[in-house]
Ligand binder design. Structure first.
Ligand SMILES: [Fe+2]
Ligand SMILES: [Fe+2]
Length: 268
């Protein structure tokens, strides 16, 4: 199921399949079943639509968020992140089947993949309501980099994807909600509020399974986290951090502050 989602190129089709499989998984689990995980050969890169064109982040034009053009660009960027997130969650399900994990690991990522699919659809609805669509603008290439770099390292994947990249979403989403509230774009505000509420759980699942694996291997979580982020994440973390939501998601300050750029300046 995970590989079928990864191999579907069109965004709306990918998320429809993702939601259908998630519903099947969840109804089996509610009926008391423990589906067989099996093994899979996920592709190194998931299938993606012909558009958007993927550009180096430096070449993606920046637009002012106070303009309709800028607001569309922002929603387009979020849609792109959500589509990547759908693939990232199905990829973690398919990629690491050699590691024996409790069934709850799969429950968590299936639920996350389902939510990311909903988020992508919400962003597409907003874009279409504003006369645009996903694919109309160029998007960041290289968002799959974190997945590529950690294909052989489940703890590295957990450290970089949910605990760094998705935690970053918690830092920046309130500012985005403010932009759309000022622009009186109610649908975008409502959609981003759903995203903001649900992303906390994805970060929390990352922290939960990272700590689980540290416990299994008798490792110090903080030190291992720092080592893995330095190994696989190619820049520093950017303050300001949303300390409250990070705490709620099980990411304590000593995990991220030592990895932050210009710590002394940011704290001044
Ligand atoms: Fe999301
Ligand atoms: Fe997420």
């Amino acid at each position: 199921m995970a590989v079928a989602v990864l191999m579907t190129a069109d965004g709306r089709e990918k998320t429809a399949l993702s939601r259908r499989y998630a519903a099947e998984w969840q109804s089996a689990r509610k009926a008391g079943q423990t589906p067989d995980i099996g093994t899979a050969a996920p592709p190194l890169f998931p299938a993606r639509p012909d558009e958007p064109a993927l550009l180096d982040p430096r070449d993606v034009p920046h637009r002012k968020p106070g303009t309709a053009e800028g607001q569309i660009a922002l929603l387009h960027a979020v849609a792109h992140i959500e589509l990547n997130a759908v693939d990232l969650h199905w990829d973690i399900i398919a990629r690491f089947t050699d590691t024996k994990l409790p069934i709850g690991f799969y429950d968590d990522w299936v639920k996350s993949a389902d939510e990311e699919s909903k988020h992508f659809n919400l962003m597409c609805d907003c874009l279409e309501g504003m006369g645009s669509h996903y694919g109309a603008l160029p998007a960041h290439a290289g968002m799959w980099r974190a997945a590529e770099d950690t294909t052989g390292d489940l703890m590295g994947r957990l450290a970089v994807v949910p605990m760094v990249l998705e935690a970053r979403g918690l830092d920046v989403t309130p500012g985005m909600i403010k932009i759309f509230r000022q622009a009186k774009l109610k649908d975008a505000v409502a959609a981003l509020e759903i995203i903001y509420a649900e992303e906390v759980h994805h970060v929390a699942y990352g922290s939960k399974w990272f700590h689980f694996l540290c416990g299994r291997h008798d490792l110090d979580p903080t030190g291992v986290f720092h080592d893995l982020v330095r190994k696989y994440f190619h820049s520093q973390l950017k303050p300001p951090f949303n300390e409250e939501k990070r705490a709620e998601a099980g990411i304590p300050p000593d995990f991220y502050w030592p990895l932050a750029q210009d710590v002394s300046q940011a704290r001044r």
